[in-house]
Design a protein around this ligand. Sequence first.
Ligand code: CA
Length: 219
Amino acid sequence: MVALILIVEDEKAINTLIKKNLELVGHTCVSVFDGESVFNEIERYDFDLILLDIMLPKLDGFQVIEEIAVDIPIIFLTARGRVQDKIRGLKLGADDYIVKPFDMLELQARIESVLRRTNKADKLFCLRDVKVDLSSRQVLYKNEAVDFAPQEFILIEALIKNRNIAMSRDKLLEIAWGYDYGGDTRTVDVHIHNIRKKLGWEDVIKTVYKLGYRLEVKL
Ligand code: CA
């Protein structure tokens, strides 16, 4: 499952390390370095998950959890031995916690588990005449089912999950066809062309010059 993740961690090195590791397994990440910036970012993007450090400048992690009005799953990052932090965070509604320093594989596993557990109503994506049901993998255009090849569906899912974010052709190729696929990125172009035509999304899926594509949703 590929997710859009907000990383809130003021230690730049840790933040970057987490981002790199999560992007390697296909997630898209946005990094911020203090508690206050969380609120700008959640207005701009529809995150699937927040990784939230507790000790942060401006607003700390607890204050952030208390002030967040939208329902986004949260895993908080806490320093070793701070038992009271864990209890407080979970009481405030966080979905899980992980103790620093942590193993990247452990973090990935916890993210997967929270994403699976919280895999909630946000499974239907509607834009103009199009409805995409990500759980039943059905696409409707003007309420009529549209035939999608498996790769077309994977591409549309990736673009929806990362809406408003530019995705490179390489990344899309890798997501839909896998690492070992020998084909070139023109395959992506052909499929995107078909998707646009089937859904009337010529101006929704934007071409990003020299990079790839972005599914644009006006926020
Ligand atoms: Ca910190």
